[in-house]
Design a protein around this ligand. Structure first.
Ligand SMILES: C[S@@+](CC[C@H](N)C(=O)[O-])C[C@H]1O[C@@H](n2cnc3c(N)ncnc32)[C@H](O)[C@@H]1O
Length: 290
């Protein structure tokens, strides 16, 4: 892992590619100015960069626009941090509505950690999400224009015709489900479980793994609440894996306990006893989610 302090500064940008840090190069990216490309493979969950801020400031009074990254929950999850920081290397990442890197604030270490959301091949551009992703292209572009003054040129925003209509419909529907599930508004556990499975499938279609742990949590909650601990364990294992890849082992650690003992969950058994289904069930394979 490459951990950078605030004191080291990168060279001034040139037209030629230059090494940002081990395995990362800054290069010209069509339609986006410069950006970061992988020079070696990165595995899903791997830290591509961990960096201390040069300085931080209130995000409500920021004057640095896209160059300030949140030191706390980021926009992509609808949790907006109170403070943001200037990260000399992190500010080189462009945005994409199909991000392959997640920026997560590690408060204990005072570092912004950038992790690969999926396996990344040499030559691929590494992109974060500057804004909300679970919205139509028109809404996403409007947010980027209003907040940062640029027109998003990512691959999801370049879709046209039927592919765009389908992507818009999936993201809108994921947005509604995400908002409801964050508040624990699952309805009947069977309905909540069905939504969680649907959401996991749609996230795969939209290539948005960064939200997966939230819906795995929903699946876990529904199964644990009806004391189906076998299924709950399988959902918890998925939540642990997705959470560790996007947010790191410390963040995911609470899932370890729930994988080994789902009955220790606060709402365990609170809705009586029923048998639902988990990611270990044949249904999962039938839906092509294995
Ligand atoms: C933090 S900087 C990223 C690095 C920048 N491209 C550079 O050349 O230094 C943010 C700026 O990059 C550009 N940018 C980032 N993501 C983009 C995207 N998806 N589409 C078009 N431009 C983008 C915009 O000009 C934005 O204001």
């Amino acid at each position: 892992m490459d951990t950078l302090g605030a004191s080291s500064s990168p060279p001034a940008p040139t037209a030629e590619p230059w090494e940002l840090t081990d395995g990362l190069a800054v290069e010209a990216i069509p339609g986006k100015g410069q950006g970061v490309r992988a020079r070696r493979p990165f595995a899903r969950g791997e830290t591509v960069l961990a960096e201390a801020a040069l300085f931080t400031q209130s995000l409500r009074r920021t004057n640095a626009s896209t160059n300030v990254l949140p030191c706390g929950g980021n926009d992509a999850h609808g949790h907006v941090a109170a403070r943001g920081g200037l990260f000399l290397r992190g500010a080189r990442f462009n945005s994409s509505c199909v991000p392959n890197v997640n920026n997560h604030w590690d408060a204990a270490r005072g570092l912004l950690v950038f992790r690969a959301l999926r396996d990344i091949a040499p030559g691929e551009e590494l992109c974060l999400a500057y804004g909300r992703l679970l919205a139509t292209r028109a809404a996403r572009r409007a947010e980027m224009r209003a907040k940062f003054g640029f027109e998003c040129a990512c691959e999801a925003c370049a879709l046209t015709g039927r592919a765009l209509a389908e992507s818009d419909a999936r993201r809108e529907s994921l947005g509604s489900m995400y908002a409801a599930h964050l508040q624990g508004a699952y309805g009947d556990p069977m309905d909540g479980l069905g939504e969680a499975v649907l959401a996991v499938r749609m996230l795969r279609e939209e290539q948005l793994p960064v939200y997966a742990s939230s819906f795995y949590y929903s699946g876990f909650h529904c199964c644990a609440a009806v004391a189906d601990y076998r299924s709950a364990k399988a959902w918890a294992a998925k939540a642990f894996d997705a959470s560790r890849a996007a947010f790191g082992a410390d963040h995911a650690s609470r899932w370890k306990r729930l994988v080994s003992d789902p009955s220790s969950y606060a709402a365990a058994g609170s809705l009586g006893k029923r048998t639902l289904a988990g990611p270990d069930s044949p249904l999962w394979a039938v839906l092509g989610l294995s």
